[in-house]
Write a protein that binds this ligand. Sequence first.
Ligand SMILES: NC(=O)c1ccc[n+]([C@@H]2O[C@H](COP(=O)([O-])OP(=O)(O)OC[C@H]3O[C@@H](n4cnc5c(N)ncnc54)[C@H](OP(=O)(O)O)[C@@H]3O)[C@@H](O)[C@H]2O)c1
Length: 215
Amino acid sequence: MKFGVFGTGTVGVTIATKLHALGHEVMLGGRTAGKDSQLTFVKAHGARARSGTYADTAAFGEIVFNCTSGEGSLAALAAAGDVRLGDKILVDVSNPLDFSKGFPPSLLISNTDSLSEQLQRAHPRLKVVKTLNTVNAAVMTAPQNVANGDHDLFIAGDDAAAKRTVSELLQTFGWRAPIDLGDIKAARGMEAYLLLWVRLAGAMKTPSLNIRVMR
Ligand SMILES: NC(=O)c1ccc[n+]([C@@H]2O[C@H](COP(=O)([O-])OP(=O)(O)OC[C@H]3O[C@@H](n4cnc5c(N)ncnc54)[C@H](OP(=O)(O)O)[C@@H]3O)[C@@H](O)[C@H]2O)c1
């Protein structure tokens, strides 16, 4: 399958590398096509790896991942353009973190709205599916490295078929089926969880952690 990955930081490169390792064709997209991390990704992975702008990447991917910084996500999708995004699935991994006052961060959007909802409202045909944002980049693609994979991910979005597709994809990453929290409004809690996550990572002295939901 062809995947577009928006975001040239740790998360974008980690997701792109995993998708490539699973045999997919992947384009790593940023504001330009020539950032060091993009060129390194293409050089390291050869034929099925490409770099591009957000517009190139939106046109290339059958499914697109949003791994851009929370404050840049709306601009990244605007640059990608509705014509190229169409009614594709957007897997939204971003968090609206505000580091302007240092650490710990606060949320740029919260309580009655979320970044995922803003992305969905800005691009109504897009099928926004929120997931993976509650774990560190290294855990996203190697869940087995924490408690042998015995822990949970969440998923939210308005389109049930899109959530099923993303859930199946996550299982190829090594995840068990994520807990479906319902429509895209559930992204409010998933994003706000980051306020707890940053403290947890500090308390546990590692970002390589996750939670398991029991009842
Ligand atoms: N790091 C983690 O472990 C982790 C875990 C869970 C969720 N997340 C979330 O995943 C996302 C990516 O995190 P990250 O640490 O990999 O990288 P990041 O530094 O948060 O984001 C890097 C990407 O954002 C793009 N960007 C920044 N400002 C932009 C703007 N104004 N317009 C368009 N694009 C802009 C950059 O574009 P250029 O390529 O053009 O510079 C780059 O591709 C974030 O939302 C983060 O909160 C991160």
